[in-house]
Design a protein around this ligand. Structure first.
Ligand code: NOJ
Ligand code: CA
Length: 546
């Protein structure tokens, strides 16, 4: 199935999120770079991913891992030259892969020349590019996001003797999107990278662009005006590009970011993620079914992006206090595993390194509605290091092999940007690409297979979702339908074997073909359809009418 010229390509795609610095180091300075990443494109192509999402690769003082940008028009020198970036882009495109990059525009670094100029004096022509105040008591209803580090959303600027507004770290002043010059500049940034060949952007922190007194300063209608302006410019100038929103909000509040198909093409579905983890721990389908039932329909051209883990903490903002306590108790007993409102751990270790549970979560990732986003390293079951600061524990070097620096770099191990995971369970000797490549039974080989299956049909990316309601609530069962294709997914969320009877009367006469093994199951009749499932087991059936 080729999707190259389809403007809706992102609906059928599999995304893969990675940090250039974490992937492969070509010049032995201990930091991954674009020439290194280029040599790994064949690996990514073989894995079967369609679109790479690169974490910020701009010049930055790195006080928020590059989300503090000091120049929007170039590449951090650690990662190579602009030419290296272009070469990488071309090589990705030559393999039929797309690349989206970060658009972090809610805020800049305080080192950005715009801010340096703005703070120089109250009369500076760029003063109005940021949000200033003589007092620190405006916009009191806006919550603080980085609870572990920040006490206020205002910071004092000793140079111009005023407060400036920041929703994240205090070294990340928010841009003032009420200023039309700022909007124009951001469009220039977008156009610059799109012309170079970038296929779109993951847009950081979109709910916070505009501030208004007496509101939470999130999801304001004026913010949507800005986003529609940027989308309009995009559509007028480019084709087949994608904008993916990072809006960590309830589905009903994310829905407006799709507009009428005139804001974002895609948006992350944040609340489904912790509920997937809750469902396997509770051995109950309820959290998943409930949140999907609370998810409003979106325009035809739009798509959810779903994920299990990413470069941040497993965020628990979109759950109740009770649910958060449950998640902490079950998944972060060691308080070191917690940060802000979340858990800084990776998928395999959250799943207790139980292969069947890791597969189960991936089965949900690849079969629920939306485009799946894999976090680098999770395809081989990498672990984390909770003793590194901030969220660095899930940003360690990719584990390519069992040798020197896991094949990531030939630098001295002490020189690496972060230490490689080296414990006997998740360390590079035990968990690496090279050894998993040699085994048909490895997690990596299994991931290739599930990605291949996912890509074999558009039903997963485009189909409708209908839950079945079997009596056994440890079993989650749903139907995905698109055009003349129907897939039935049945999942045992529990640690013990389960039996279930499904009401499949609407499909009577059809034969379920189990998709991984391509075996036919008994024909569906009038009576409840019985299935037995081993612990954490799942089936993907194509319902074939013969
Ligand atoms: C969201 C990013 O995912 C996170 O890593 C970053 O710290 C904040 N935005 C602030 O830029
Ligand atoms: Ca390097």
């Amino acid at each position: 199935m080729r999707t190259e010229d389809d403007p809706l390509w992102y609906k059928d795609a599999v995304f893969y999120e990675l940090h250039v610095k974490a992937y492969s180091d070509s010049n032995a300075d201990g930091i991954g770079d674009f020439p290194g990443l280029l040599t790994k494109l064949d690996y990514l192509h073989e894995l079967g991913v369609d679109c790479l999402w690169l974490l910020p690769m701009y010049p930055s003082p790195f006080r928020d891992d590059g989300y503090d940008i000091a120049d929007y028009y170039s590449i951090h020198q650690n990662y190579g030259t602009m030419e290296d970036f272009r070469r990488f882009l071309e090589a990705a495109h030559a393999r039929g892969m797309r690349v989206i990059i970060e658009l972090v525009v809610n805020h800049t670094s305080d080192q950005h020349p715009w801010f340096q100029e703005a703070r120089r004096s109250r009369e500076s022509p760029l003063r109005d590019w940021y949000v200033w105040s003589d007092t620190d008591d405006r916009y009191k209803e806006a919550r603080i996001i980085f609870l572990d580090t920040e006490k206020s959303n205002w910071a004092w600027d000793p140079v111009s003797k005023a407060y400036y507004w920041h929703r994240f770290f205090s070294h990340q002043p928010d841009l003032n999107f009420d200023n039309p010059a700022v909007r124009e500049e951001i469009w220039k940034v977008m156009d610059y990278w799109l012309r170079m060949g970038a296929d779109g952007f993951r847009v950081d922190a979109v709910p916070y662009l505009i501030e208004r007194e007496g509101t939470s300063c999130e999801n304001l209608v004026e913010t949507h005006d800005v986003l529609r302006f940027l989308r309009r410019r995009l559509d007028e100038n480019h084709a087949n590009k994608v904008l993916l929103a990072e809006a960590n909000q309830w589905p009903a509040d994310v829905r407006p970011y799709f507009g009428e198909g005139n804001e974002f093409h895609m948006a992350f579905h944040f609340p489904i993620m912790p509920r997937i983890f809750m469902a396997v721990q509770l051995e109950d389908r309820k959290p998943i079914v409930e949140i999907m039932e609370r998810t409003p329909p979106i325009p035809e051209s739009c798509q959810w992006a779903i994920f299990l883990r990413n470069h941040d903490e497993l965020t628990l903002e979109m759950v109740t206090d009770e649910e958060r306590d449950y998640m902490y108790d079950e998944y972060a007993k060691d308080p070191k595993g917690r940060i802000n409102l979340g858990i800084r751990r990776r998928l395999a270790s959250l799943m207790g390194n139980v292969r069947r549970r890791v597969e189960l979560l991936n089965s949900l990732l690849f079969s629920l509605p939306g485009t799946p986003v894999i976090y680098y390293g999770d395809e081989i079951g990498m672990g984390e290091n909770i003793y590194l600061g901030d969220r660095n524990g899930v940003r360690t070097p990719m584990q390519w092999g069992g040798g020197w620096n896991a094949g990531f770099s030939t630098a001295d191990p002490e020189q690496l940007y972060l230490p490689i995971i080296s414990n006997p369970v998740y360390g590079y000797a035990a968990v690496n690409v090279e050894s998993q490549r040699r085994s048909e039974d490895s997690l990596l080989s299994w991931m290739k297979e599930i990605i291949r299956l996912r890509r074999s049909s558009r039903v997963f990316g485009r189909g409708s979702l209908e839950f079945l309601n079997p009596e056994n609530h440890r079993v989650l069962a749903y139907i995905r339908r698109w055009e003349d294709e129907t897939v039935l997914v049945v999942t045992n969320l529990s640690r013990s074997a389960q039996a279930v009877e499904l009401d499949l009367r609407p499909f009577r006469g059809a034969i379920p073909i189990e998709m991984f093994g391509r075996n036919a199951f008994p024909r569906i009749g009038e009576r409840p359809y019985p299935l037995t499932l081993a612990p954490y087991h799942f089936f993907w059936f194509q319902l074939r009418r013969l």
